[in-house]
Design a protein around this ligand. Structure first.
Ligand code: AMP
Ligand code: MG
Length: 402
């Protein structure tokens, strides 16, 4: 038997970062930046107005008030993106819109609300200090400043930033393409009727979604029957389109453990018992260089094994730290027991009360009992040497993606 750490280390020792690709910005959403990005120009690139109003010399309106307004001639209009008035002389003003360049000579913007809105002359009823409502060149980003480090996952705000520094393309590590394959003659497609002894196939839908949560793109392959030849043929067919393959089922000790049977012969995929519950039977190896994860068939075992082993590997392939889900500390609300020598992952409900978490284990913990997983928001991680822990004990809890 292997420890969780040993199995994970063997996996992480074999997976490689995906080679970087150049993608158009919209296609890079969710990918991980593989280059540092710096700004070719300052942002904003020029001094401009933060308000719709009038560009003025602050000293000209220093004494303006409701009772004693100052009236100035309007030299013209500065609209965003148009040439407009390049400069104003003291004693004059230009209308200016948000984002329009500040004319030379002006040192303040008076919002239109403080004026009569005139177009030939304007009456200003309040003073403004120098710099009022002016956005200075470079006050967001300096020219040459690195705005994003390699290793940043590109979400909405990051794509906005990249566009704002003028990048139409970026070099990223692509999302790993993961083919997900269920095995089991008893499995039927959801939406079709069940015959005797049959169940609806659920693992592949769950794992494809978990792949997406880990930053990859999952492709669900149709379920294959328990025939070793079919398993091997399908895996070989899928290698060309996959950065990784995840199978479920067929890896324990039964008479029909086809995945194990088919892959044992390859010599590059190894099968191990890992000291964990759920998820003890595991297999991993490379087929033509492609990482193949063979997870157990029971749905909760497959899910937990995915989070513990596959998620870190998919992150490593993206150039991210090879982490599982985030861990928080919590206080147990109930006594728990754990099998000696195995790390146990207990489905639980985490509750945040006054900045600390409590964890309540679910009533059902069988590896076939998906209902308690689908309503859990955490997995209590009980170490191998913990056999019983009383309520009030401090435990680590893996937070499940919401
Ligand atoms: P196996 O590891 O193939 O022996 O499967 C263990 C248990 O998990 C059996 O009860 C299977 O019916 C069930 N199982 C295997 N694969 C799936 C799947 N894709 N969806 C739902 N249940 C599954
Ligand atoms: Mg099976």
């Amino acid at each position: 038997m292997r420890s969780v750490e040993e199995h994970l280390a063997a996996i992480l020792g074999s997976v490689r970062e995906l080679p970087p690709v150049d993608l158009a910005l919209p296609d890079a959403r969710g990918a991980v930046l593989a280059e540092p990005v710096s700004a070719p120009v300052p942002l904003p690139p020029f001094d401009n107005s933060a308000m719709d109003g009038y560009a003025v010399v602050a000293a000209d309106i220093a004494r303006a008030s409701e009772a004693d307004p100052v009236t100035l001639p309007v030299a013209g209009d500065n609209m965003a993106g148009e040439p407009g008035v390049p400069a104003i002389a003291p004693g004059t003003t230009a209308r200016i819109m948000t984002g329009a360049p500040l004319p030379a000579g002006a040192d303040a913007v008076v919002p239109v609300e403080w004026t009569d809105g005139g177009t030939e002359t304007v009456r200003i009823t309040r003073s403004a200090p120098p710099g009022n409502h002016i956005r200075r060149a470079g006050e967001d980003v300096r020219a040459g400043q690195v705005v994003m480090a390699a290793g940043t996952r590109l979400g909405a705000a990051q794509l906005g930033m990249l566009a704002a520094v003028g990048r139409g393309h970026v070099t990223v590590r692509p999302k790993p393409r993961v083919v997900v394959l269920s095995t089991g003659t008893e499995l039927r497609e959801p939406g079709t009727p069940l015959g005797p002894g049959q169940i609806w196939e659920s693992n592949s839908f769950m794992i494809v979604a978990a792949v997406a949560e880990a930053g990859g793109v999952g492709h669900r392959h149709a379920t294959i029957d328990d025939e070793p030849g079919k398993v091997m043929g399908t895996l070989r067919d899928q290698l060309v389109r996959a950065d990784a393959i995840v199978t479920t089922g067929g890896v324990s000790m039964g008479a029909r453990d086809v995945v194990k049977e088919a892959l044992t012969g390859t010599g590059t995929v190894d099968f191990h018992k890992v000291r964990m519950r759920p998820g003890k039977p595991q297999g991993f190896g490379l087929l033509d260089g492609v990482p193949v994860f063979t997870l157990p068939g029971n749905p909760v075992s497959a899910y937990v094994a995915f989070q513990v082993f596959v998620r870190p590997a998919l992150r490593a392939m993206q150039g991210l730290p090879a982490e599982s889900l985030p861990i928080v500390g919590a206080v147990l609300t109930e006594d728990v027991t754990s099998p000696p020598g195995l790390r146990q992952y207990l489905r639980a409900h985490l509750t945040l009360t006054r900045s600390s978490y409590t964890a309540t284990p679910a009533d059902t913990q069988g590896s076939h009992q998906l209902a308690s997983l689908s309503s859990a928001n955490g997995l209590i991680v009980l170490p191998e040497d913990a056999e019983s822990l009383p309520a009030g004990s401090h435990v680590d809890v893996m937070r499940l993606p919401s």
